[in-house]
Design a protein around this ligand. Structure first.
Ligand SMILES: Nc1ncnc2c1ncn2[C@@H]1O[C@H](COP(=O)(O)OP(=O)(O)OP(=O)(O)O)[C@@H](O)[C@H]1O
Ligand SMILES: [Mg+2]
Length: 332
């Protein structure tokens, strides 16, 4: 069913026709994305969940929600946290996966040639969340280049709109629209320009869970896992957190899943639990993970080597330059 309505979007009247799947703005009909089914629960770490929920509160008619950055090592639960927060607020959830190839039109509206030869306009998950008053998680935001981020600048400040050049429409965000951006720190990411970072505040850093929470997370996702296997995995993850290694809940879940599959494979001649667990550790996380202490020492050494204090000569000469004051002739 298509019906006409006029609503007040963040103070600006906008008339539109709305159906389950389309949304009309001026003469342009947008095909909307479907929301994700979202059953995610967040286990433990209430403080970070409360911080995110606070960002999305509006405490006065003059107030605006914030768009925070969720940061932390891969697999620590950034996306899961944002999804769980959307569920707690009872809002539709949309996730936009940002990549190095994401273009501004991918973020907003994409023209698609339909079967009758006409152009159909598809609203991205972000625009659908804006129009329907849902939550959008911009996932792995720092994989996206500056040009795409630039198209979101007015959306992420008090203006709360985005302009689709392709469809020739200005899209105003519904007052219930909320957004969060997840970010990883690794070499394949872009530097996000400061004028965008200043619109993505506050920064909410996710830390590793406590032993009790980590066990509850593994149990929640793998309720069929045997206590012995869960205990081995939690012990491993907690030790790796103590040693400041970046193994995460996702790593624990993947290796446990593999170990459980190996155990279930041959009911007549089952391999031992210990064997299955060690094999899973090695196959999922690499041989190095078998000896966490050695791995931690090596990482420390690598870190130390990369951060040797600079001498005056380092400012004027490359380290292998024979004119460098610390150059050792034996190296030649
Ligand atoms: N506190 C938690 N409660 C419930 N599930 C969790 C929690 N922490 C982590 N997980 C689970 O761990 C897995 C990895 O989490 P998620 O995908 O959110 O990590 P991420 O930080 O977004 O990783 P990436 O940076 O690679 O995108 C998921 O299966 C997620 O549900
Ligand atoms: Mg993620």
């Amino acid at each position: 069913m298509v019906y006409q309505a006029a609503i007040q979007l963040d103070g600006k009247p906008q008339s539109f026709m709305k159906s389950e799947e389309t949304f009309q703005i001026d003469s342009v009909r947008l095909k909307l994305s479907a929301p994700l089914s979202n059953t995610h629960e967040w286990i433990g770490q209430r403080e970070i969940l409360n911080q995110l929920l606070a960002c999305w509160l509006v405490v006065d008619d003059q107030d605006l929600p914030l768009t925070p950055r969720l940061v932390g090592v891969p697999g620590i639960g950034k996306t899961a946290l944002a999804m769980a927060a959307a569920k707690l607020r009872g809002q539709e959830l949309y996730v936009f996966q940002c990549t190095a190839d994401t273009r501004p039109e991918d973020l907003l509206v994409t023209p698609v040639l339909s079967h009758d030869g006409k152009i159909a306009y598809h609203a991205s998950p972000l625009v659908t969340a804006m129009l329907r008053g849902g939550v959008c998680v911009l996932d792995e935001g720092n994989r996206m280049n500056e040009k795409s981020w630039a198209s979101l600048a007015p959306l992420l400040d008090q203006r709360r709109y985005a302009e689709s050049i392709v469809a020739g429409v200005v899209l105003h965000a519904h007052r219930d629209f909320r957004c969060a951006v997840t970010m990883n720190q690794d070499d394949s990411t872009y530097e996000i320009p400061d004028y965008i970072l200043s619109r993505l505040q506050p920064t909410l850093p996710l830390g590793f869970p406590t032993r009790q929470d980590e066990l509850a997370i593994l149990q929640y996702h793998l309720p069929f896992a045997e206590p012995e296997m869960l205990a081995l995995t939690v012990e491993f993850l907690q030790r790796s957190h103590q040693l400041k290694l970046d193994f995460s809940a996702r790593d624990g879940l993947n290796m446990l899943r593999y170990a459980l599959k190996r155990l279930a494979q041959d009911r007549e001649h089952p391999i031992s639990k210990d064997h299955a667990w060690r094999e899973a550790l090695e196959r999922c996380l690499g041989e190095d993970a078998l000896n966490l202490d050695n791995l931690a020492k090596r990482r420390q050494r690598e870190l130390g080597a990369n951060s040797l204090p600079l001498g005056l000569g380092d400012f004027f000469f490359d380290s292998d330059d024979p004119l460098h004051p610390d150059h050792d002739d034996d190296d030649m």
